[in-house]
Design a protein around this ligand. Structure first.
Ligand SMILES: [Zn+2]
Length: 491
């Protein structure tokens, strides 16, 4: 008997689209071998673009009252669920600056489980060597291919599914309600092999939730459960109508991230670069900039802004001169076009007393990658207020390093950072030392130019001999550092 007749007798129906897909795949199947011994299916044959474009693809009016046993009515674009979805999207989408939208379809991975069940059912009932497996990816591709135009027309928007052109991803997300997860888990628990030997916590790890991955579903439907029992239990517990009616449909709009770069100047010894390891009542560079950006880009979720900088200074160290390069990845920005960066840069500087910004500009991923790498390729100039236990004669500090003759120092990981850095010896260069201001015979402001990654505090105080030579050993006295600024960074 023909496949569709057999299904009909068993009260299994398909929408017009799925009927066509099955027809294509029955043809494909006839060219292939099925091995009943190991029950091996040839994995997924999505109809080719060519085949798809030939198919009649509107969800037929006659299909309205059936439950499609293949696509679970997800391809029923005239369903009222989609009507209200479109309405909601329409009311939100124009809040976001955009030209092009990309349509993205997502399924929570429990759908892999459901499609395993559907395929098994079709194979068992039809007794055909149906080696075609219908799964999330099939629906996804058909949906996007056939319905992008429908969305464009109904939302009155331009769609472009190309990675590089789109400004927003419109993500349509399919999930099931919580009650049905519980029911599925009950069935899985009752179908497990050797469940008497399994500890409860192991069973809990196997159970499905919204975050379960595909790999786990694959092992549930291959070796963790007795497949025949699992299938039988599923058939007894679930009706197709039940599954279809518990499908939740929602959407979110995800603008492509913006990259904004600049240099920051840190004028305060109270603020750090970010929040790590400190009191939450004190602000940080990151927080000051984020707070400002939230007003510009009209988004304020905690994770909407990710700061990367080429290195960092200690909190009690100011960052002066031309500042330190930074770049923000900004997510969910509603604003994208027509931002006058020069103007908002000025605005930020006028409003902020702790941090100043230079060269704020629209940036991109390749600059992001460059800033991430920059840490190892630069020279830094510092200003330090130091104390020396002995009287220091004029020019003594200036004469410690001759021009074009770097001083090589060995630094064993400083005690103060041992808890976060590995213990090792680093070789660094002190490029120049200059006395800038003599406060008296013991107190000075000096300028130090050093290779990237030099621990300046330790070069001055010696860190109990772990940095050698150090300023104290060179001047033959005890030296200490009272204050430090990064005067400039050379990239
Ligand atoms: Zn269907």
């Amino acid at each position: 008997m023909e496949f569709f007749e057999i299904c009909k007798i068993q009260d299994i129906h398909f929408c017009q689209i799925c009927q066509n897909i099955i027809k294509i795949n029955l043809d494909i199947k006839s060219k292939e071998e099925y091995n009943p011994k190991n029950k091996k299916f040839v994995q997924l044959n999505i109809p080719s673009n060519d085949e798809l474009s030939k198919l009649e693809f509107n969800f037929n009016n006659n299909d309205k009252n059936i439950y499609c046993s293949l696509c679970l009515n997800i391809l029923d674009i005239f369903n009222t669920k989609y009507t209200s979805l479109l309405k909601e999207i329409k009311s939100l989408i124009n809040e976001y600056d955009h030209n092009y939208i990309k349509l993205v379809i997502k399924f929570s991975s429990i759908f892999n489980f459901i499609f395993w069940f559907i395929n098994t059912k079709l194979i068992k009932i039809s007794n055909l060597n149906l080696n075609y497996i219908f799964e999330c990816d099939t629906i996804r591709q058909i949906f996007i291919k056939k319905y992008t135009k429908f969305f464009a027309e109904n939302l009155e928007q331009k769609f472009d599914n190309n990675e590089y052109n789109r400004d927003i991803d419109l993500i349509i997300n399919y999930d099931l309600n919580d009650i049905i997860y519980q029911k599925f888990n009950e069935v899985i628990r009752n179908s497990m092999k050797n469940k008497d030997n399994l500890k409860q916590e192991n069973i809990n790890n196997i159970l499905l939730d919204k975050n379960t991955g595909r790999a786990m579903i694959k092992s549930i439907t291959s070796d963790l459960c007795d497949i025949d029992i699992l299938y039988k239990n599923l058939s007894n517990t679930f009706s197709l109508e039940g599954i279809i009616s518990s499908i939740n449909l929602n959407f979110f709009l995800a603008p492509t991230p913006l990259y904004i770069s600049g240099n920051y100047i840190k004028l305060s010894r109270e603020v750090g670069q970010n929040h790590f390891g400190r009191d939450f009542n004190i602000s940080s560079i990151d927080e000051e900039i984020k707070k400002f950006f939230a007003k510009i880009f009209l988004n304020s979720e905690k994770n909407d802004y990710i700061l990367s900088a080429s290195g960092r200074e200690d909190r009690n160290v100011r960052m002066l001169g031309s500042g330190r390069n930074f770049i923000y990845e900004i997510y969910n920005s509603k604003k994208k076009f027509g931002i006058d960066f020069e103007k908002i840069n000025e605005q930020f500087n006028a409003e902020n007393k702790l941090v100043q910004i230079k060269n704020l500009q629209l940036s991109n991923k390749s600059i992001y990658n460059k800033i991430k790498k920059e840490e190892n390729a630069k020279i830094k100039k510092y200003l330090a207020v130091i104390y020396c236990s002995e009287k220091i004669e004029k020019n003594m500090i200036d004469n410690l390093i001759k021009e074009n003759d770097n001083l090589t120092i060995n630094q064993i990981t400083p005690i103060r950072v041992l808890h976060q850095r590995s213990l090792k010896q680093r070789i660094k260069q002190i490029i120049s030392l200059r006395e800038i201001e003599r406060i008296n015979d013991h107190f000075f402001i000096i300028e130090i130019t050093a290779s990237a990654g030099t621990y300046i505090k330790e070069f001055i105080n010696g860190d109990f001999g772990r940095t050698w030579p150090n300023l104290g050993s060179l001047l033959n006295c005890e030296c200490d550092i009272l204050q430090l600024d990064v005067k400039d960074i050379f990239y």
